[in-house]
Design a protein around this ligand. Structure first.
Ligand code: SF4
Ligand code: SF4
Length: 338
């Protein structure tokens, strides 16, 4: 197979929503006749575990990637990174739109950043931005032009016969390069179940360890460089977003949460301006996190602990005068139900 400049990966919606499926089909049909890109379809990225052949396929890909998924772009990028699909995160024109008005306070990222990044670029596009496939195709075309203008292009290889793990076999990975068959269900891909776990944005994470102290369910650990790690993803309690409210840097993302700020949005969402510095690590956010954690402890048959365990030091300095304003903010986010 001739190597192309770019591989475009479509991550399927976990829902049966016909409009979402139609958008995926339109994109795949158009990309398949574009001889500058390869195109692949995998099940919803968030639901893939480390042993799934979709994950192994993505790990085997080399060269630049565009990933189209039903997630905010930073959620998709750090989810891929956690799965060993690493590269330099490149902003797209979509990200520029997400930033919204200049008067929204979005703290500059001060995090530890990614590590062991290969010389490749990853562009993540959120399929929730627009229902017109041409919007995505134009952006992919622009990215292709940008890469072609690079005077020192990264070699690209889609030769999956290089895959040396032995299991699954190369032909099991190649099936993802038959995107129409994957979309139609004609290819026998292992089933996935819905999962729920936090994704850490290392561009924002300062490694303060407040999340590991707060979570009482053994989700977090540290890697060999003593960096915080979502170690036991499936220990997380379905629907619980508590630690994301505790993180002072808004570095913990739950891509499927209904509140855009927790799902990875930055800035302006609908008519609501999200001031992240007020939402995360705030007194009201901590109250909500404590209540959410207690619910999960009780469901497990354990005792509620309230604010007596694993609370950040900021809690002692809480300013109750902020409550009315912050309560309004939470009410607004809940009411949006996006
Ligand atoms: S609380 Fe947030 S910033 Fe601190 S280690 Fe956890 S993810 Fe990183
Ligand atoms: S959401 Fe709840 S259960 Fe999951 S990691 Fe955070 S605190 Fe732990």
């Amino acid at each position: 197979m001739a190597a192309k400049l770019l591989t475009v990966v479509v991550s399927q919606t976990p829902s049966k929503n016909p409009a979402k499926r139609q958008l995926e089909e339109e994109l795949v049909a158009a990309l398949m006749i574009d001889d500058t890109v390869d195109v692949a379809v995998v099940p919803h990225l968030y639901n893939l575990d480390s042993a799934h052949s979709g994950t192994l396929f993505l790990q085997a890909l080399q060269g630049h990637l565009v990933v189209l998924s039903w997630m905010y772009s930073r959620a998709a990028h750090w989810l891929l990174d956690r799965s060993g699909i690493k590269g330099h995160q490149v902003e797209t024109l979509f990200d520029g739109q997400d930033e919204g008005d200049e008067d929204i306070e979005i703290p500059e990222p001060q995090g530890v950043g990614g590590v062991e990044l290969p010389d490749r670029k990853i562009y993540c596009l959120d399929l929730g931005v627009d229902d017109d496939s041409r919007v995505y195709l134009e952006e992919i075309d622009r990215i292709g032009q940008e890469l072609r203008a690079d005077t020192n292009p990264t070699p690209v290889s889609l030769d999956l016969t290089d895959w040396i793990s032995g299991s699954p076999k190369p032909e099991q990975l190649q099936r993802y390069l038959d995107p129409l068959a994957v979309l139609s269900g004609d290819v026998d891909v292992e089933p996935v179940k819905r999962r729920w776990y936090p994704v850490i944005d290392y561009e924002r994470c300062t490694n303060c360890m407040e999340c590991i102290d707060f979570c009482l369910f053994g989700v977090y650990g540290v890697d060999r460089m003593d960096r915080i790690l979502v170690e036991e993803q499936d220990n997380c309690k379905k629907g619980c977003p508590a630690c994301s409210r505790v993180c002072p840097e808004n570095a913990i993302v739950f891509p499927q949460h209904k509140e855009p700020a927790i799902a990875g949005a930055l800035g302006d969402v609908g008519a609501l301006k999200i001031d992240l510095s007020r939402l995360f690590g705030s007194a009201t956010g901590l109250d909500a996190a404590v209540a959410e954690r207690d619910v999960e402890l009780l469901r497990d048959g354990r005792d509620a602990v309230g604010a007596s365990v694993g609370m950040p030091k900021r809690q002692a300095e809480r300013d109750s005068t902020q409550r009315d304003e912050l309560d309004d903010l939470f009410d607004g986010l809940d009411a949006m139900d996006l």
